[in-house]
Ligand binder design. Sequence first.
Ligand SMILES: Cc1ncc(COP(=O)(O)O)c(C=O)c1O
Length: 361
Amino acid sequence: MELNKLIREILRKYSAYEPVEKPGDDGWVRLNSNENPFPPLQEILIDIKNAVDENIRLYPDPTSFELRKEILNVLLRDKDTLTNRNSVFIGNGSDEILDVIFKVFIDPGDEVVIFYPSYGLYKVLSTLYNAKINEIQLNDDFSLPESAYLAKGKLMIINSPNDPNGKSFGNATLLKLCGSFPGIVVVDEAYADFSNQTCLPLLKKVKNLIVYRSFSKSFSLASLRMGFALADSEIIKEMNRVKLPYNTNYIGQVAALSCIRHNKRIIEQNKKILEERKRLTEELNKYNGVSVLPSDANFIFIKFEDKSKTLKFVWDLKEMKILTRHFSKPRLYNYIRVTIGTEEDNNKFLSIFKTIANKYL
Ligand SMILES: Cc1ncc(COP(=O)(O)O)c(C=O)c1O
């Protein structure tokens, strides 16, 4: 058997998404994958444990009816957005939602507009679905270039706040994009709970918009893979037609419902992340040759004036068991992305950063 001749042709030049490294042993401070440093609240863990009973022999609700209801009635109640249950889609993490969107809209050769730099999965999925990729370079300050408003295609995918720089694009910009783009504008709001902006209200004004969010980041449920999208009910109907029948599992649904029930306390807890983001930014900005970009997310993007020093920091931090994220990609060589950890994690990071800075800065 010649496997290479059997697999899809596109896979011969396809590079898969590379998840961040996860060393198995303990003692690491993992500031490299934008996870929430706080475990789920005790009450949520109890709900999850209680869900592990004999009912797990049954298939989960394929429509996630309860969860869709609670997302609208409780989680998004004050967000001035769509209120129809048929406008909500539940996915196995927000990554799956994007895959489902591709399944609905992209035939081989269709044009997909993405931006650089941004979350790597957009390009990976565009390649996998054999789309024609129009990758638009963001400006040096990571704002949107005017050329974005001239782009044509079936899908435009934009991340707000944008990974890796952490800044939101703002609703005036996103609304203008929805007006100029002939296809569907998809806004990935995986980090929007750490920001004071959301484009959810735009859904009431335009029909060619899909907004999706994640339970992985602000709700500390990354391992249970839950996310949701909001869009016009006609779009959601198509997404439901192509998704796998039981795309989310029962425990994940229970956990997400419990997070919504305890939503207020989670928001309170996450305020600590915002305070720590401010503290880290101020502390790091004190160093000569280092500047931190303003962030609306649970991570910061640190710029080193001298590119040759960046990797030294990454390696020395790793030597001391602190993982951060460096992207060996054009325009990103002199940056490190650091997830906001607990106060204790951040103190450790700052103290080791200081030692390294004494050596190199
Ligand atoms: C911009 C962005 N969107 C989506 C995700 C994935 O979210 P989920 O865990 O909901 O699939 C990530 C994960 O790091 C991300 O950075």
